[in-house]
Design a protein around this ligand. Structure first.
Ligand code: HEC
Ligand code: HEC
Length: 202
């Protein structure tokens, strides 16, 4: 039923990024930006996101598993091929990070990301820069990140991340992954801190 399971979605097909660029330009760019780096934080950045994750979110929007008054009708209007092509196009665009506004808050967020229980970095890829500093975190190993099906959070808008954590915690965004439980265990301050940290990662 829900495609939002651990591991790659069986429904994700290899898309054609050249075809996807037309879909993006015509149907997505006004909100998500021509290259998937949206400037308005209410619209998530799609650039540099795993195509399998993007595809799965689109099909969850279409099926109403992930509820959005905006994305629901848009996804319902796409064919499977358009979804796969757009996912492939956006996945190939380099993501541009935001500037961290509050360094102190970001430093608290960094500790949550790497040393919280559980550490977000177990599943979400750490930045390349940080990963090179060593350590055995599973999230730094590309295979593990892929197996977990966890999206790339690096450079994502802080406000979007904090909002999604609220939705996982309340169940408004249902997930067959442990994200509901994980988000519910974070305080409001923790959510803001980890979101601030992630927004500045490259
Ligand atoms: C009118 C503005 C708008 C347009 C046009 C639009 N989106 Fe979105 N999109 C949103 C909003 C708002 C969200 C956040 C939805 C939520 O979580 O409630 C979103 C979320 C998403 C997500 C989830 C990202 C994540 O990190 O989980 C994907 C994937 C997505 N959109 C793909 C697309 C694609 C592909 C197109 C073009 C076919 C598109 N969107 C067109 C507004 C838009
Ligand atoms: C056990 C693996 C795992 C851990 C640990 C984990 N996540 Fe996730 N996370 C996921 C998966 C898988 C998804 C995709 C959920 C879905 O599609 O339903 C996700 C989704 C998310 C999203 C939504 C991103 C988007 O683009 O909409 C955010 C934000 C997020 N996680 C933040 C965190 C934070 C912060 C932590 C640490 C406090 C964390 N995660 C720990 C696996 C994990």
């Amino acid at each position: 039923m829900t495609g939002a399971s651990l591991g790659q979605s069986a429904g994700a097909r290899a898309g054609d990024p050249a075809q996807g660029s037309h879909v993006a330009e015509g149907k997505c760019a006004q909100c998500h930006g021509a290259d998937g780096n949206s400037s308005d934080p209410q619209f998530p950045k799609l650039a540099g996101q795993s195509p399998a994750y993007l595809y799965r979110q689109l099909s969850d929007f279409r099926n109403g598993i992930r509820k959005s008054d905006i994305m629901g009708p848009i996804a319902a209007d796409l064919t499977d091929a358009e979804m796969a092509n757009a996912a492939s196009f956006f996945g190939k665009q380099p993501r541009k990070a935001d500037a961290v506004k509050d360094q102190r808050l970001a430093a608290i967020g960094e500790r949550i990301f790497f040393s919280g229980m559980p550490a977000c970095a177990m599943c979400h890829r750490a930045s390349d820069r940080r990963g090179m500093m060593g350590g055995g975190m599973m999230g730094r190993m590309p295979m593990m990140g892929m197996m977990s099906g966890a999206p790339n959070l690096n450079g994502q808008h802080a406000a979007y991340i904090a909002d999604q954590l609220d939705r996982f915690a309340s169940g408004a965004r249902p997930s067959s992954t442990p994200m509901g439980r994980i988000a519910a265990a974070l305080s409001e301050a923790d959510k803001r801190a980890v979101a601030e940290y992630l927004s500045g990662l490259r």
